[in-house]
Design a protein around this ligand. Sequence first.
Ligand SMILES: [Zn+2]
Length: 408
Amino acid sequence: MEGDGPAKGEQMKALLLLEHAAVGINDGKIAFIGKSEEAKSFHANIVIDANGKLVTPGLVDPHTHLVFAGSREHELTLKQQGVPYLEILKRGGGILSTVQATRKASEEELFTKAKFHLDRMLSYGVTTVEAKSGYGLDEDTELKQLRVVKRLQNGHPVDLISTFLGAHAIPPEYKNNPDDFLEKMLRLLDTIQKEKLAEFVDIFCETGVFTVEQSRSFLQAAKSKGFDVKIHADEIEPLGGTELAVELGAVSSDHLVGASDDGIARLAGSDTIAVLLPGTSFYLGKEKYARAREMIEAGAAVALSTDFNPGSSPTENLQFIMSLAALKLKMIPEEIWHAVTVNAAYAINRGEEAGRIVIGRKADIVIWDAPNYAYIPYHYGVNHVNTVLKAGKVVVERGRSDATISVS
Ligand SMILES: [Zn+2]
């Protein structure tokens, strides 16, 4: 995975591989990459034997809704019975039930729960994660969510990148005047900036939520204050969110299931990363997935993410998303690996720090119980992690248990 910048189009097909290789780490950073024979001259205090295993950069999950309260397992039965989402919303379910629970929860409760999910992401080999607010839809709760992310940034081994998604939905109290709600959310930006609570601002641009025009002026206002922007774009209908992302120079445009031909062409000609979330189509039982093949053939840089959230994608397992990308987006293993490492890092402005094994870079490394890189998307639904190193330190150790299970 050499070269600078994200891997675009055809470049996603070429992985740089070393066999019988070794990685040396000094002071938390990569200090040596080469043949294991050559590594013998490298003096090491600790040696981890990865013989027969796959070693890759730590995975990057560039789109999660990490901080929320409650869960919505009862809605699964309603969905099975064919109750439409709008009806679930009317009965007080859907996103609004998560908003209510999150408003009620204390910061401590939210912290404990978010940490639980983040620990699990790390156990799946994810060493850098983006986290959005957006389940408060009022000043206090949005700030409470962002402060939880900040606390985790300071204490958790995973690198967290924070995004303000106050414009996630229209709260019932602003049903008839969404513009006033957006104004209210914009007024929070000064506090967010002063307390360094987020570096990105995101909006849900979709029929029935926020229009392209509202999204444009909201994100322009955020940009004028120095924030980088992202868009939840064209998840359901080709509204023009993808085109807007390119127009605004958004760092990423996310979802894109309904992206138009023109949107895909513009994306390919831009630096905006296409973040695809096949877990959402899968979990909502839809047939339609984002057109990853067209995007890659057009020359776009594609990334993958869990979209971890309590409604449309309750999973921390990015490895499972890699399998979905193979089966539903028809991505090949080489493309999938770029999409969960280097391109995912560029989707959150961390392309120069995460997603590649490069000398001098922080040693975020995963050792997998897998004979090769194609094995991970192939053998689906389980956790293949053997060991995770974050900044050179072993933070997850699996598959090296002392306990022996005897078989009689
Ligand atoms: Zn999302």
